[in-house]
Design a protein around this ligand. Structure first.
Ligand SMILES: [Mg+2]
Length: 370
């Protein structure tokens, strides 16, 4: 006889709209349909990046966060359009209204992505697969857009599942299939595993969940710090994070006060690298992508300034965070100044503002307990 779990399994759905911005543009502008379409910065502008590419554009290798200039090189006949954020926000509101017919436990990750806990759904449907199907159908019928859904007993597996049969996909990974699924999963797919960690793992001969599973919790913690514990649990299909309907995270920050004042750019940049790494880890832990980097500087006379820069698409990679923070630092003419504190925060997670009328710099940086 099989062991019964102490608690009944949860029913978690991860819904992710397919090529969201581009799909909304193709829906609203028939002339964009079936064409390689790039929503984001224009290639002739400075520093423009791709926010979303249509599936037709992805065939040419165009991806989110890629410089628009590069996208144009990959596909010279691609159409480039500026985002219409108000339209996307409105669609996002309608999608959430559809979700709310089934559950109030909705955790949006961005305008086009959310977790739903449907363990006790409002309509007593009972089957999470059936609910996911109904949600996809309602999105199609009412909004003329497609979504992909992942269904499982926890957030981690549901999220990976939603990516498997994209676009217009639905993938269920039930309790009995989870461990086998995790074993074959390449290490890059584990969240928190960026390019650097993935390479580190491969150098250690760790390529899949199966390889990670051979290590004890102590060995994993020794090699990967706190994340090691997460890997230990997740390869066994254990992820008890709850769907948090009222996650009000507005910004996520880390800062450091130094034992002595920093006076050279090298020292300051080295400290920014460390702080950026902390922020990056926290963002990845919460699966947040921010669009605004804010640098906080406190000088030896306690005078404090903040500088920020915003991007059209969200990110949480170390490279972008630390490079942006260093650029912001360089613009303050830091050499020969005495700095006693540096901080970096990321904000603008789900919400989108039009570039050019961006929010004021945040003076109040919140340090999240971790
Ligand atoms: Mg999406």
């Amino acid at each position: 006889m099989e062991n019964q779990p102490a608690q009944p399994h949860r029913k978690i759905i991860h819904i992710d709209m397919d090529a969201f911005y581009a799909s909304v543009e193709q829906r609203d502008n028939p002339e964009y349909r079936d064409k390689p379409l790039v929503v984001g910065g224009l290639p002739e502008g400075r520093g423009g990046v791709v926010a979303t590419a249509s599936y037709e554009a992805r065939k040419f290798g165009i991806r989110s966060a890629m410089p628009s200039k590069q996208a144009l090189q990959l596909c010279p006949h691609a159409l480039f359009v500026r985002p219409r954020f108000d339209a996307y926000k409105e669609v996002s509101r309608c999608i959430r209204e559809i979700f709310s017919r089934y559950t109030d436990l909705i955790e949006p990750l961005s305008l086009d992505e959310a977790y739903l806990d449907v363990t006790n759904d409002k309509l007593n449907i009972g089957s999470a697969i059936e609910i996911a199907q109904q949600i996809k159908q309602a999105i199609k019928d009412e909004l003329q857009l497609t979504a992909s859904a992942g269904v499982s007993v926890n957030k981690f597996v549901a999220k990976i599942a939603s990516d498997i049969n994209k676009p217009d996909g639905l993938k269920f990974i039930g309790p009995a299939a989870i461990e086998g699924f995790m074993e074959q999963l390449p290490v890059e797919k584990f969240f928190g595993v960026g390019k650097v960690t993935a390479q580190k793992m491969k150098n250690m001969g760790l390529h899949t969940g199966h390889d990670l599973k051979q290590l004890t919790e102590a060995e994993l913690t020794k090699r990967f710090g706190k994340a090691g514990r997460f890997y230990f649990n997740i390869v066994r299909g254990i992820d008890n994070r709850e769907v948090q309907p009222h996650r009000e995270t507005k910004s996520l920050a880390a800062e450091d006060t130094f034992a002595y004042d920093l006076t050279t750019t090298e020292e300051m940049e080295a400290e920014l690298d460390k702080i950026a790494a902390t922020v990056c880890k926290r963002l990845q832990h919460y699966e947040l992508k921010g669009r605004t980097v804010t640098l906080k500087i406190k000088y030896s006379d306690f005078k404090q300034i903040t500088r920020n820069q915003s991007f059209p698409a969200g990110f949480n990679d170390l490279e972008t965070i630390s490079t942006t923070a260093k650029k912001l630092l360089a613009a303050t003419d830091p050499e020969d100044k005495r700095i006693r504190l540096l901080g970096i925060s990321l904000s603008n997670f789900g919400e989108i503002t039009v570039k050019g009328k961006d929010e004021k710099p945040t003076d109040q940086l919140r340090l999240f307990p971790f």
